[in-house]
Design a protein around this ligand. Structure first.
Ligand SMILES: NC(=[NH2+])NCCC[C@H](N)C(=O)O
Length: 331
């Protein structure tokens, strides 16, 4: 794979205005708010609720026997709406998060200059770390609402009420509970997320004129989502436990290491795989839709911007002398 031959200079690529990054150009931030976020959240949230319930339940007297039993129990005891508890939080946060993620990734890759596997990972990791500013409080509210009892006994009336109560009682530190574990989860996983997408779209030969482009983007996006969740899943279990801690009684954990130690002692290493099946069932469709939509929309947007009013696309400059460019999979 000729990383030295940037796909920025490929004929199909260079007919567009200078696009500093392979997928998400520097200005993609304000464009990538066009995320398919709402559809993805509506499809994925039930799986996320099941994941959180399985991650946090105590195995001393487990309420759920597994993924399917958890789905059935929630629907039976809380109706389908039980699967959508805490929905407001990701709905409010996701557009900002996706705009931040794709904007930071594109700008960082541009700043790093060379498109290489390491830089793809680093640009994704930077995006993953920065979006934690929104992701952590968003997931704190989501997790607590997904776990709280229903009815008048419920602690929080909604996501904003949850964050407001926590802020009043514990200040900014409370609203950012779980920030360290969120950073530990998101930074490497977003690096894997974008690197995997880059490698897979090249391997699949994704090109603008490819009639199988969208199925290939969906496959690459969904697979990248699964690989990214697998890469740091045990940290996600710890994060959920820390963000749920104290919801029903006195806090149990003194931090990440104490949570790992207590969880392992009580339930063995399998505790760090709780809810994994539901997570992977969610990860594929949500990320397939996210990556495919953002890539196609931005490619179209770039094509539109490149086309001067009424003129044909500028002719691609002759390929630079030297070895033939590797067939780029860039769009
Ligand atoms: N924790 C991660 N795996 N992050 C990367 C994927 C994030 C993506 N927005 C999702 O919700 O699936």
């Amino acid at each position: 794979m000729h990383w030295a031959h940037s796909r920025y200079m490929s004929p199909t690529w260079s007919s567009l205005p200078h696009c500093p990054t392979r997928w998400f150009p520097r200005h993609s931030g304000h464009k990538s708010f066009l995320s398919p976020g709402v559809a993805g959240v509506l499809v994925g949230h039930p799986f996320d609720t099941v994941k959180v319930r399985l991650q946090v339940q105590s195995m001393e007297k487990p309420q759920y026997r597994g993924t399917l039993h958890c789905f059935q129990s929630i629907i039976r005891q809380e109706s389908v709406l039980g699967l959508y508890k805490g929905l407001g939080s990701p709905l409010m946060g996701l557009t900002f998060i996706n705009a931040l993620v794709f904007g930071v990734q594109g700008n960082t890759l541009r700043a790093l200059g060379r498109d290489s596997p390491l830089n793809q990972f680093l640009a994704g990791a930077a995006a993953g770390a920065i979006q934690c500013v929104i992701c952590c409080p968003m997931e704190l509210a989501k997790t607590r609402l997904q776990l709280q009892d229903a009815g008048p006994a419920r602690t929080y009336r909604g996501s904003l009420d949850c964050l407001a109560q926590i802020y009043r009682q514990e200040g900014l530190r409370g609203v950012n509970r779980g920030m360290a574990s969120t950073l530990l989860r998101e930074t490497p996983s977003f690096g894997v997320y974008f690197l995997a997408y880059d490698v897979l779209t090249r391997a699949l030969g994704c090109e603008p004129e490819d009639r199988l482009l969208v199925p290939k983007l969906l496959l690459a996006g969904g697979t990248s989502g699964i690989l990214s969740w697998l890469s740091t899943y045990p940290v996600d279990v710890v994060k959920s436990r820390l963000q749920a801690d104290g919801l029903r009684g006195a806090p149990r954990y003194r931090g990440i290491l104490d949570c790992v130690r207590q969880s392992y002692r009580a339930e063995g290493w399998r505790v760090f795989t709780r809810g994994l099946a539901s997570t992977l069932l969610r990860a594929f469709p949500v990320n397939a839709a996210t990556f495919a939509t953002v890539t196609v929309v931005l490619t179209y947007a770039r094509g539109e911007e490149a086309r001067p009013e009424g003129d044909a696309l500028p002719a691609a400059p002759a390929a630079p002398a030297g070895p033939a460019l590797a067939q780029p999979s860039s769009l």
